[in-house]
Design a protein around this ligand. Structure first.
Ligand code: GDP
Ligand code: MG
Length: 303
């Protein structure tokens, strides 16, 4: 049975979101969904897990799969886990959307565009960050150049940050999806649990507040997540690899950890729409990025 309005068909499908780090993939998915489900920062490799963002239009359900940044030279088992997830993201998709920064096309974009052109399904290019292009007439030659370079790719200029062009992009993708009923209830916006999203929001604050002193080898484990009458009670462990990193996260007199905790709590309250207690603890766990047992747990917990 179709749930569509009389005289129209329902379309539904999965869309892989690909692109080099920092072009705005997660910002775009958050914008489309209207809520933060994928964390963002200026640092590459912020997105570590595949998160689905489910968008509903009048006649379609468009399921976006935000992907972690591709690692050209995987160093650790964690890198390999990330690469497996991006491979899986492209396979079996109903459409592929590549996101680029309209201000700069880099050699890495060429490599990713090859994957886009090879995809056996409708292809889209989101030309992002156009809010940063002061002279909009400069977009026309860029669009012509990209159109010639990427035949059979629908190019849509957007600003994920400001929202311009985003609705048009979603409609254009929806129109090319296969016919079929919605796969998720239309009030569900993601496949991830609140517990998973909570860990990600805390990790986002760590990524944002610590400079380049800290590598991306930080993991957040939620050890308690309880809805109590007054507030949601959350306790989290922050895993680092080295004792020096532990000192950095904690900061002088605990100041850094306090700052991370406060801003993460505010973000959690916004997501859950109720007061939150957040307790944090930093734990040193030598070599966790190469420990298969830990990675299995991360993969399982991230569902
Ligand atoms: P990802 O690595 O591709 O997922 O990129 P993110 O979504 O994490 O975004 C990287 C950075 O680009 C963040 O600082 C975003 O705020 C910024 N950004 C994303 N989209 C836009 C946009 O449309 N305009 C501007 N000016 N900045 C953007
Ligand atoms: Mg991202």
């Amino acid at each position: 049975m179709s749930t569509s309005r009389p005289g129209s068909v329902t379309r539904c499908g999965h869309v892989a979101v690909i692109g080099r780090p920092n072009v705005g993939k997660s910002t775009l998915v958050n914008r489309i969904i209207g809520q933060k489900i994928s964390i963002t920062s200026r640092k590459p490799q912020t997105t570590r897990y595949q998160v689905l963002g489910i968008a509903n239009t009048a006649n379609a359900q468009v399921i976006f799969a935000d992907t972690p940044g591709w690692q050209a030279r995987p160093r650790t088992q964690l890198d390999k886990l990330m690469n497996r997830q991006i491979d899986a993201a492209i396979a079996g998709m109903d459409a592929v959307m590549m996101v680029v920064d309209a201000r700069s096309w880099k050699p890495e974009d060429d490599a990713i565009a090859e994957q886009l052109l090879a995809a056996p399904c409708p292809r889209f290019l989101a030309l992002n960050k156009i809010d940063q292009i002061k002279d909009k007439s400069a977009l026309l030659p860029l669009l012509a150049e990209l159109g010639a370079k990427l035949p059979d790719v629908e190019i849509v200029p957007i600003s994920a940050l400001k929202g311009s062009g985003v609705e048009h992009l979603v409609e254009a993708i929806a129109a090319k999806l296969p016919e079929g009923d919605r796969l998720y209830p239309d009030d569900q916006i993601t496949n991830r649990s609140e517990r998973f999203l909570a860990a990600e929001l805390i990790r986002e604050q760590i990524m944002r507040q610590l400079g380049d002193e800290l590598p991306y080898a930080v993991n957040v484990v939620i050890t308690k997540f309880e809805d109590r009458p007054e507030r949601t009670h959350i306790e989290a462990e922050i895993w680092v690899e080295k004792s020096g990193q532990k000192a950095i996260v904690i900061g002088r007199g605990g100041a850094r950890l306090k700052e991370i905790g406060t801003s993460a709590r505010i973000a959690l309250e916004r997501m859950l729409d109720r007061p939150v207690f957040l307790g944090t603890q930093v734990r040193q766990q030598e070599g966790w990025t190469d420990d298969p047992r830990v990675l299995t747990r991360i993969e399982r917990d991230s569902l």
